[in-house]
Design a protein around this ligand. Sequence first.
Ligand SMILES: CC(C)(COP(=O)(O)OP(=O)(O)OC[C@H]1O[C@@H](n2cnc3c(N)ncnc32)[C@H](O)[C@@H]1OP(=O)(O)O)[C@@H](O)C(=O)NCCC(=O)NCCSC(=O)Cc1ccccc1
Length: 250
Amino acid sequence: MTGPDPAAPGSGALVTVGSASTLRSAPPRRPRPEVDLAALDRSGGPGVAVDRADDDEAGLFALVDQVRRIRSLTSGGQFATELGPLTERLREVADELEAASATPQQRLETMWSNQNYMANCPVVGRANVLAPPMEYELLEDGRLRSELTLGIEYQGPPGRVHGGFVALIFDAILGRANHHAGTTGMTMYLDIDYRGGTPLLEPIVVTGGPVWVEGRKVWSQGAIYAGDQLCATAEGLFVRPEGWVRDGGH
Ligand SMILES: CC(C)(COP(=O)(O)OP(=O)(O)OC[C@H]1O[C@@H](n2cnc3c(N)ncnc32)[C@H](O)[C@@H]1OP(=O)(O)O)[C@@H](O)C(=O)NCCC(=O)NCCSC(=O)Cc1ccccc1
């Protein structure tokens, strides 16, 4: 028999996969976290700057600043110049850095042993090119707050921040707020409601902190605003592994 396979991708036919075929109807909507928005006021201070690494003896932050400039220009990049010669110069720099670099294993060991995790964190780390970087302000009520503007490289839907990056921001800020409250733990769940778009290229405010502690479990909540607009809320459960020693590093 010839002709198109009705189950082929793009054919428009509904393909039921694995255990999904045992469902008799669509799964019900999960109960949503009850987020206390009154406690997640977007206005700032008084607060203190925390988690910012300033010691740049090796010049790494200065180097990363330049890579970050390039990073922010390349998503959807359009340039009124020949890219070939520039690429060649960058290749030379990359080759030189690669030849002089420690191994990934050596770098990992240093990151955790010298309690320098925050310099490498993917949202606030000044040594991490993925990081915008965000900066945290610790408020009197124990919440962390950050005001930042995200560039095109963080885009998901047109003009909006990628939902996965929204989740990363929440995970990071809630985890650090827990740390400052003395309840460090690992993320067990992170439940996010995307209530509207989180805009690119305009200031947003992220805030959050612990709301309930029970032994080694802590529940934390957060919100993201753009002006008066509520963009997203989150609730996370964080658990401190047995035997984890709390220190200043993470
Ligand atoms: C080691 C541990 C965290 C805890 O193991 P254990 O000691 O065996 O503990 P256990 O599993 O028994 O649970 C304890 C309690 O919690 C409860 N519970 C659990 N779930 C739920 C729920 N959904 N809903 C409600 N409750 C829940 C559970 O019933 C129990 O309650 P109970 O005591 O009976 O009242 C393990 O679960 C793990 O590795 N998970 C993966 C974590 C991970 O990789 N996360 C991602 C990376 S972290 C990151 O990125 C952030 C970061 C960045 C940088 C730096 C630091 C952080």
